[in-house]
Design a protein around this ligand. Sequence first.
Ligand code: PBG
Length: 336
Amino acid sequence: MAGGQMSFKRNHRMSLRRLRQSPLVRDLARQHRVSAEQLIQPHFVVEGLRGRETIPGLTGVHRETGDTLVRQVEKDLEGGVRKILLFGVPAAKRERDFSAGFTSAQIASLKKNFGKDLFVAVDVCLCSSTTHGHCGVMNPEGDHVENSATVAELAKAATLFAQAGADCVAPSDMMDGRVGAIREGLDAAGLERTLIMSYSAKFHSKFYGPFRVAADSAPKGGTRLKDRATYQIDPGNARDALASSLRDAEEGADILMVKPGLPYLDVLARLSSEIAKPWAVYEVSGEFAAVELMAREGLMDGPAAHVEAWTAFARAGASMIITYGARYAREWLSNV
Ligand code: PBG
């Protein structure tokens, strides 16, 4: 009897490596894989540029003019990239009464050129429009971003972007109540099919460095508020991310987002299992650039590392991924 038990054990000894033995078996056993259709390509379009400019750390991404944007999007479409997230950077910086004119014109031009072939999401925030680089309207003392005045500006801009043809508006400012105000504005304008993708779990992160160069949106001084800690979520506080995501879902967001991605995978895993909405994750500029810079130094296989990060996002529950590498995805995904 003892012998029988031993042979049972021998025959059924657990092997995890049996399922790792060949690419074909691994293909079949893999639980999560990323497809290029899940990815969203960010674009920066900057008013008043003479020609497009490269962005340190973001390989292949440019600060575009209106014309080069259309050409780049056209080229990307030929490669199958059909979803974009647009950041408009107006030339005139103000303290209030912002103009959505430049960004709206870019949206209209993309829609005129590409129509329904292209899904256009547009970032809604004021940091590229303000003199001081904060994401809203400052109080006269310069030590506080006023919530209601900011939300009113955001709702106004979101409605104008949607009227210009945006399929989706994506508020990234982290003011309280902006999703509800945007949804009301859209409804009042009869735009009931415009999606809202809320940056609902956006952390106060150091990983936004290259973006702030691209979008000309770093806090610039001139106020008594040095950083965005009074509106973005504290990195140590996952509960806050849950609360703001629940609230944004309640206020009418269709898609919720965790941002940055890799440092906040725990938040993505937890929130996506608790809140039954499509989840987006943003592989932000600093995460993207970290891989690119290591690859450039010969310290890492960059494309494979990006695919590994994207796979982690899918595993943690994201159904869509915003990444500066979306336009390379077909090539990168076929090489792993
Ligand atoms: C605007 C905004 C930021 C990002 C997207 N929208 C940066 C910030 O809060 O300063 C970051 C995106 C990236 O780093 O790629 N508020």
